[in-house]
Design a protein around this ligand. Structure first.
Ligand code: HEC
Length: 214
């Protein structure tokens, strides 16, 4: 499966593909905004349950910029990439109580859970993070993805200094803070995971007792 297809599945929502509906035909150098691509979308996609066609709309400049560059494997002008990254980093909301780490056991369930935001999921029920679809998280489990880097030993190798806590939180909140066209879903920025779920996933990566670090 290619990265593009997997990203769509992993998101359950088309944050990457987003934005073709409602854009002027033509689309300039964004192939996802061309009239022919819109025709395919209108023909093949329909609203069902909570999965509405509004998900196909691009909601920020990063999505349309990445449709022209990053997602097509073309280098983005550096100033544009830096701009997207610094804006994403500024929008990160850190835990109000200063506590970054929850329960790694809950974090493992969230990381393994690929459900949520699909038309047949009950709206309002917690989403999974599906981290294992893209990352090796626990040793010796062959059914993990390799689109992202292995996270095995994450906390053991990096420690849990304030800098690492903030970096890891921001990565999970919105990975575009560090890579404008990251394939990783913006779990905090798009309200995919709650603050508590993010804390639990943080503990999975950083708690010395977590299987990630044993
Ligand atoms: C659709 C694929 C995908 C999913 C799902 C995903 N990631 Fe990622 N992740 C990536 C990619 C790709 C990178 C590499 C950096 C980049 O491109 O932004 C990355 C980078 C990271 C990093 C930074 C690694 C480093 O060396 O600094 C962390 C931490 C991380 N992911 C954690 C998670 C967690 C936790 C989850 C689940 C809540 C998750 N990822 C879900 C694709 C994904």
């Amino acid at each position: 499966m290619n990265k593009f297809a997997l990203t769509l599945i992993a998101l359950g929502a088309a944050t990457v593909l987003g934005g073709c509906a409602g854009m002027p035909s033509g689309g300039g150098d964004n192939p996802f905004a061309t009239a022919s691509f819109q025709t395919i979308l209108k023909h093949d996609f329909s609203s069902k349950g909570q999965a509405g066609l509004s998900r196909l709309k691009q909601t920020d400049e990063a999505q349309s910029a990445c449709s022209k560059y990053g997602y097509l494997g073309k280098p983005m002008p550096e100033a544009l990439a830096k701009n997207i990254e610094s804006k994403a980093l500024e929008r990160v909301v850190y835990p109000a109580d200063g506590q970054y780490l929850g329960d790694w056991k809950e974090g493992l369930k969230i990381a393994s859970d690929g459900k949520g935001m699909q038309w047949n999921d009950k709206p309002g029920t917690p989403n999974g993070g599906n981290c294992l679809a893209c990352h090796q998280v626990v040793p010796n489990d062959p059914s993990q993805g390799n689109i992202g880097p292995s996270l095995v030993g994450y906390g053991r190798l990096r420690g849990s200094s304030a800098v690492i806590l903030k970096y890891t939180w921001a990565r999970i909140y919105d990975s575009a803070s560090f890579n404008a066209c990251s394939f990783m879903p913006p779990f905090g920025a798009h309200h995919i995971l709650t603050e508590q779920q993010m804390k639990d996933v943080m503990a999975l990566l950083l708690d010395p007792k977590s299987p990630v670090n044993r």
